[in-house]
Design a protein around this ligand. Structure first.
Ligand SMILES: *[C@@H]1O[C@H](CO)[C@@H](O)[C@H](O)[C@H]1NC(C)=O
Ligand SMILES: *[C@@H]1O[C@H](CO)[C@@H](O)[C@H](O)[C@H]1NC(C)=O
Ligand SMILES: *[C@@H]1O[C@H](CO)[C@@H](O)[C@H](O)[C@H]1NC(C)=O
Length: 179
């Protein structure tokens, strides 16, 4: 390879690795629950308001939910508490009007109003936090989750290197035809 194509190769390589790592470099985000509406008892015809809101977003580990409310509260509860609007055993409870909950693990988080009647009328929400290598995540290579590597402990590195190599091979052949 000529030095010119080598330089091009190196540039492409850098661009490629930046691209691969972009999801990791992306900062965590704050989501204001309910957008401008905030956290309140929904209208009578809108009881799924908060789950609809949650469904519109993709939550990653490290993101935060900001609940803004008046004369109300927000509880993090277990699944049972969510479905029964049971406010007696919260995992975390807030009533300061402006509460931030950090989504620090993958999986489901259940939120309800601390006022049971509000919860029954739809002031409750389930949030699904994507796992880092979720097959639903656009950040993951499409086949990475579907084909576990036999070398399980180094599976991540292996699949990354494999897909990197494939793309690099493509880039190299492209460069070779251009130079
Ligand atoms: C529910 O509330 C949201 C936010 O205010 C609004 O955009 C939506 O149109 C409402 N849906 C119904 C069925 O009223
Ligand atoms: C909150 O409660 C106080 C006292 O009960 C009342 O004066 C105030 O209007 C309420 N605020 C809202 C937004 O409902
Ligand atoms: C709530 O707190 C956040 C930062 O934690 C801030 O940006 C926001 O303005 C606050 N909202 C209200 C209504 O105080």
């Amino acid at each position: 390879m000529t030095s010119k194509s080598m330089a091009l190769f190196n540039t492409l390589m850098m661009v490629f690795f930046l691209f691969m790592n972009a999801p990791l470099l992306e900062g965590s985000r704050d989501f204001k629950v309910g957008d401008n509406l905030g956290w309140l008892e929904p209208d009578i015809n809108n009881v799924t308001l908060y789950n609809q809101w949650a469904a519109k977003h993709r939550f990653q580990i490290g993101d935060s939910l900001v609940f803004e409310y008046n004369n109300d509260s927000v509880l993090v509860v277990e699944k049972w508490g969510y479905y029964h609007c049971d406010t007696s055993k919260p995992i975390i409870a807030f009533n300061n009007g402006n509460s931030t909950v950090k989504l620090d693990r993958p999986g489901l988080f259940y939120f309800i109003s601390g006022t049971s009647d509000h919860c029954k009328r739809g002031q409750r929400m389930i949030v699904d936090v994507l796992s880092p290598r979720s097959p639903h995540s656009t950040a993951a290579p499409p086949d990475a989750a579907a084909s576990p590597s036999p070398a399980q402990s180094s599976g991540d590195a292996v699949s990354t290197v494999t897909s990197s190599s494939l793309v690099m091979a493509l880039l190299v052949s492209t460069v070779a035809t251009l130079v």
